[in-house]
Design a protein around this ligand. Structure first.
Ligand code: SAH
Ligand code: SF4
Ligand code: F3S
Length: 479
């Protein structure tokens, strides 16, 4: 079959899509980039906000119409929404043939094969508190370990899972329910996977976990903390950059900060969401720390890791959030000096403690206004943060042409492939000209976006860029 995969949600889902694609290829299918050519579409879904779920449902609606008008098409829903809605997805939306939870991706090829033979199916994780059994966890681990490291040849970056699930139960969050209980992977498996990826040419690895710094593993008579894992992975020969996301403020011990300071390839970047700057809201969110503890974490990080770059997440309009609570979040953004923050409007998720306990009482208009206000405060903080780099030289991993360079290239391609090219087009001698510089985009060790001019052939290489200017989200410079 020709299969099109569309991925929503977080990095965990991106990694799962890569693993699902590998498993489907191994089963003899072809992964296609154009949904119109596909015999089957796979939606890897996110349930974190209602908006993310609506997007998938509208895709399924369009697929249902195509099926009704006679198109043979299989529709599979995987990811967090598959686990959240389960069987009911197929009942409510008959166009859906397959539902497969993120913890049972190993079942996906078989489910699709059965659907092609006329019998769709559902494979779900056992609900909490049980969660997946040892055998299923081992099968999922095998899927990670068996990943096809050569699939994305030329790619410099890769994600590697170190944990599954989450046990924090922040009151607003669906993740613990759809991703199941927290489970840390065997460190030797992580190191082995990173080793294979680096050998295949990936030089920047990002370790993934919902609360990655809570990683802890015990076995063969030893205990491995996240700082120990960082040390083990950073020693993989040829690994140039080691990153990790997402961190939780409560488990950020000095040992991790010292590892970041002392291990040369660990990037000085911490994405550590605060969610709110107000103690009253943090308590109702069940975040497990106070505003003062978060401030102390920021100060400790800045003291121990010189030049550390911080990024945050905030939720506006959590039930009962007062104007004062909101101001406390704005104040926290100013104080923390984040490079960037992701700011979300509270979305009540069915089944979460907050949805059960608290009325979603902040009007949409107020959520929208608070969202814009925090964005404006972050824009100011981001500009001040980025300006510190003007005049400095930074190490950049080149990702490729910038978004605007890609747009220009597309426009050129479209006009040159138009049926009536302008007469002079054949006389410009484009093929003989020296390759021209384009606008390139890359990232620093601190995860700053850097835009500069250079040859497209630099993609995947590390270069030094001198920073000449800055915006609230970008550094601008020259090679
Ligand atoms: N595990 C990560 C991220 C989880 S989801 C962590 O703990 O930081 C990513 C972000 O989505 C969260 O940081 C939070 O800011 C936001 N989010 C989660 N649930 C939400 C909800 N119900 N409404 C709005 N934003 C939400
Ligand atoms: Fe959700 Fe909280 Fe777990 Fe993050 S730590 S995934 S916000 S429950
Ligand atoms: Fe969304 Fe699931 Fe990630 S709910 S944010 S895709 S873990």
């Amino acid at each position: 079959m020709r299969i099109f995969i569309e991925t929503m949600g977080c990095q965990m889902n991106k990694l799962d899509s890569e693993l699902a694609a590998g498993a489907l290829r191994a089963a003899g299918h072809e992964i296609v980039e154009d949904r119109r050519q596909a015999d089957a579409v796979v939606y890897n879904t996110c349930s974190v906000r209602q908006h993310a779920e609506q997007k998938v449902l509208s895709r399924i609606g369009a697929d249902a119409q195509r099926k009704e008008s006679g198109k043979r098409l299989l529709v599979a829903v995987i990811g967090c929404m598959a686990q959240r809605m389960g069987e009911s997805l197929r009942r409510k939306y008959p166009a859906v043939d397959v539902v497969c939870s993120p913890g049972r991706l190993f079942d996906l090829p078989e489910l699709l094969a059965r659907a092609a033979a006329g019998a769709g199916g559902v494979s779900l994780d056992p609900a909490r508190p049980a969660g997946p059994g040892e055998d299923d966890i081992a099968r999922m681990d095998d899927l990670d370990l068996a990943r096809d490291v050569s699939a994305a040849a030329g790619q410099s970056q890769a994600f590697v899972r170190v944990m599954r699930g989450c046990d924090f139960f922040c009151s607003y969050c669906i993740v613990p329910f759809v991703r199941g209980p927290e489970h840390s992977r065997d460190p030797s498996h992580v190191v082995q996977e990173v080793g294979r990826l680096v050998q295949a040419g990936r030089s920047e690895i990002t370790l993934l976990g919902q609360t990655v710094n809570s990683y802890h593993w015990a076995g063969s008579g030893r205990a491995v903390r996240f700082s120990d894992l960082l040390a083990a992975v950073s020693a993989v020969p040829g690994l140039r950059r080691l990153r990790f996301v997402t961190s939780h403020p409560t488990d950020f011990g000095d040992d991790i900060l010292q590892a970041m300071r002392d291990l040369p390839n660990v990037c000085p970047y911490i994405h550590c969401p605060a969610q709110s700057g107000s103690d009253a809201v943090l308590t109702r969110m069940n975040r497990g720390y106070t505003r003062r503890q978060y401030d102390e974490f920021v100060d400790r990080a800045r003291t121990i890791v010189p030049g550390v770059v911080l990024a945050g997440d905030f939720i506006v309009g959590f039930p009962g959030e007062t104007q004062e609570d909101h101001q406390a979040s704005a104040d926290l953004i100013r104080r923390s000096g984040y490079k960037n923050s992701f700011i979300f409007k509270y979305s009540a998720r069915p089944g979460t403690p907050a949805a059960k306990k608290y009325a979603d009482d902040i009007p949409q208009a107020v959520k929208a206004r608070r969202n814009n206000e925090l964005l404006a405060v972050q824009e100011e903080a981001g500009l001040a943060h980025h300006r510190q780099y003007v005049g400095k030289t930074v190490d950049v991993l080149v990702e490729g042409p910038s978004a605007s360079a890609k747009k220009t290239a597309r426009r050129k391609h479209e006009s040159s492939s138009s049926p009536n090219p302008p007469i002079h087009a054949s006389a410009t001698g484009v093929s003989a000209a020296a390759p021209a510089a384009v606008q390139l985009m890359g990232r620093t060790t601190g995860d700053h976006i850097v835009v500069f001019d250079g040859l497209a052939t630099l993609s995947g290489r590390y270069v030094n860029v001198q920073i000449t200017d800055a915006t609230s989200l970008t550094l601008l410079g020259c090679l």
